[in-house]
Design a protein around this ligand. Structure first.
Ligand SMILES: [Zn+2]
Length: 126
């Protein structure tokens, strides 16, 4: 086979500064433009998934944990208000279709700045 036809217009180049090297390391583009966007289960904000906490229900054990693992996952803004909503309205449990252990929530609360944590304590009767 010869090289690419000379003078032929590569459709990719129409988009501007596209790669001429045609790297094939990302075969699963579902949306052309958007990278990995996710939606917060509490406020429904959409952002790149790195901006969220990830909560995963592991398959097949149905154990719920943070950050890593294979299975059904939910995303939450790292913010007190979203965490509060997720906990109070069981958004997380409903999204994952699993029981979310209280330790997981306290784990998340501990990731927040102290100011946000105190807000939580004030709102939660012990
Ligand atoms: Zn949110």
């Amino acid at each position: 086979m010869a090289k690419d036809a000379p003078g032929g217009v590569d459709p990719a180049s129409v988009w501007g500064k596209s790669d001429s090297s045609r790297r094939k390391d990302k075969p699963t583009h579902r949306h052309l433009m958007e990278p990995n966007y996710r939606r917060c289960i509490s406020c429904r904000k959409v952002a790149p998934k790195e901006a969220f906490w990830r909560i995963v229900k592991l398959y097949p054990s149905d154990q719920v944990q943070l950050d890593t693992g294979m299975g059904r996952s939910a995303y939450l803004c790292p913010e007190a208000s979203c965490l509060k909503t997720a906990q109070k309205k069981n958004r997380l449990g409903r999204s994952l279709k699993a029981a979310v252990p209280p330790e997981l929530y306290s784990n998340l609360w501990q990731r927040l700045p102290l100011s946000a944590q105190s807000e939580h304590r004030a709102a939660t009767p012990t």
